[in-house]
Write a protein that binds this ligand. Structure first.
Ligand SMILES: [Zn+2]
Ligand SMILES: [Zn+2]
Length: 124
């Protein structure tokens, strides 16, 4: 072992008994803990555990976010389809209604103008 004569990184007065396989630093017996069958230093154990938690949390929030987005998209799609259907209905209704007054107006205007032209001759 190349640990002979090496000192613990945290305790310079203590002799190192193990080398952390993660950070390759020497530590005394008190500074290393068994983790997944390896003797790791406390810092590396914390570092190895933290990302997993963070990743899990991130993945969980991502799944939640995706689900929320999908639900929102579905709602928006339904809303959009409803608005489109309503728009098409009112558009068709408007077109139909627009045709009717136009026809009556044209007929009425023609009749009025005919009356106007005929009136002076009748009156005098
Ligand atoms: Zn380490
Ligand atoms: Zn130590």
């Amino acid at each position: 072992m190349p640990l002979a004569g090496q000192r613990c990184l945290r305790h310079p007065d203590r002799e190192a008994v193990a080398r952390c396989p993660e950070c390759r630093r020497a530590y005394c017996r008190e500074c290393v803990t068994e983790h997944d069958g390896r003797m790791l230093c406390a810092a590396c154990i914390a570092r190895l555990r933290a990302p997993v938690r963070a990743e899990r949390a991130a993945r969980g929030s991502l799944v939640k976010l995706a689900g929320r987005l999908l639900r929102g998209a579905g709602k928006a799609a339904r809303l959009g389809a409803g608005v489109l259907a309503a728009w098409l209905f009112f558009h068709a209704l408007g077109e139909t209604l627009a045709m009717i007054p136009d026809a009556t107006h044209t007929v009425g205007a023609a009749a009025t103008s005919a009356d106007d032209s005929a009136e002076p001759e009748d009156g005098e």
